[in-house]
Design a protein around this ligand. Sequence first.
Ligand SMILES: Nc1ncnc2c1ncn2[C@@H]1O[C@H](COP(=O)(O)OP(=O)(O)OP(=O)(O)O)[C@@H](O)[C@H]1O
Ligand SMILES: [Mg+2]
Length: 461
Amino acid sequence: MFSTALRKTSKRCRLSRGAVLGRAVIIPECTSPPVCQRRAHQQSRRASNGTWRPVSVLDEWVAREARPISLRQLMVFGRSLTESRLISSANYVRTELPARIAHRLRDMQQLPYVVVTNPHINEVYDLYYNAFDQFRKLKEIKTLEDNEKLCDIIRHNLKGHLTVIPKLAMGILECGGLMDPQDLDKFMNTILRSRISRRVIAEQHLSLTETFNSPYFSPGAKLSESDFIGEVFIKCSARDVITRCAKAVTALARSTNGPDVPIPEVNIVGHLDASFPYILSHIEYIVGELLRNSVQAVIERHQKQPDAMSSVPPPVEVTICEAQEHVIFRISDRGGGIPRAELPYLWSFSKGPQSAKRLENLGQVPRMAATMQELHVEDELGRADLKAPAAYQSSLSSLTSRPPNLRLGMGLPLSRVYAEYWAGSLHLHSLEGYGVDAFLQISRLGNKNEQLVTRASMDSV
Ligand SMILES: Nc1ncnc2c1ncn2[C@@H]1O[C@H](COP(=O)(O)OP(=O)(O)OP(=O)(O)O)[C@@H](O)[C@H]1O
Ligand SMILES: [Mg+2]
């Protein structure tokens, strides 16, 4: 059964429209109004694993707003690291993580009953509730020893939650007909953004702890000369990002299509010296996905030409533009454009008519590490590895290790979530029969707060 905390007042027991067969469906906080009223006096509710979950606890945490951070804040905070800074970072993580998870638990409770009882969504709910429960019970961190224990819990959770993206994606696809697709997408966008945000906070703290524990570290020393402060790469070179992603995508295309199929080159033009502070894995994920789509489209189109094996496919052109506040990437291909039938579902997680096929493919991907951070946790590599240039290569193994030809329909919507998270944007223009131009805009200054709410939900406020 779905595990949920029963809320205290019957006012909360409301009907959610638009679910199965057009009938009103009651949200999971209660099963029917009379039952709800009867239970209104109860303080807790049995979870799927048989434990009782006090409801007032979640209310208390939902009442706390998330405290957003910017890349610049992350850098400034980590720049001169001392024991007391590390401890205050630990306490920020200890209080911020449960507050952020609590909001998502509440979102899930407010989905229609048929959706929250979907086995995949239910599993995610349980994972989230257990993490929430673990973090909320932690006492104030006062010593480095306390911090080590916190770091162990963080690592354990990061690893345990690697199954979340495919589970959510499968749940959303299975619930396609049960809820307004726009609402489903809004839910998915918010939950994924929040997931990114919690992982950023958690990874940043693990990274700072690792730096602090490193034998080369002297407390209070300025770290500004090093390339990374925690997870933040201070000078992320646009050209280097493209070059590394292009190499990985080309290697993937070769292994997918065989050595005889011509692969397009990736050319880079424009402001080649542009750089910006960013979390490397985020930008590499987005650029990697865009290049992957472009390269594959060009290959497929070129294969249809009569002289396909002897001629060279048109290159993918990447233009870098460094403006005052932004770095813009334009990725242009001549892969024939996006098929008309796919256009309405491009940014959607609930893929319309293609959902059955996507679901089948997702079933083959039980764990999905979208970014470098997740892979590092999965491989249990030390965070210090990130500072070595060799780590650049391994950061792209998420692309290369994904099964070839297994299209999940996640590349574009998830890339947009990542792009918007640090106040950037991602747009595509498809020129029918010719090719696609993708525009990725990144904030150059690192001074924008993380965007925890989607544009759509901000508009509706
Ligand atoms: N540059 C492009 N040229 C032609 N079609 C494209 C291009 N980019 C995306 N598409 C079309 O849009 C669809 C959705 O792209 P998206 O990256 O979201 O998912 P996917 O590539 O199908 O799967 P995944 O990225 O999860 O492996 C693709 O299946 C493809 O048909
Ligand atoms: Mg793709």
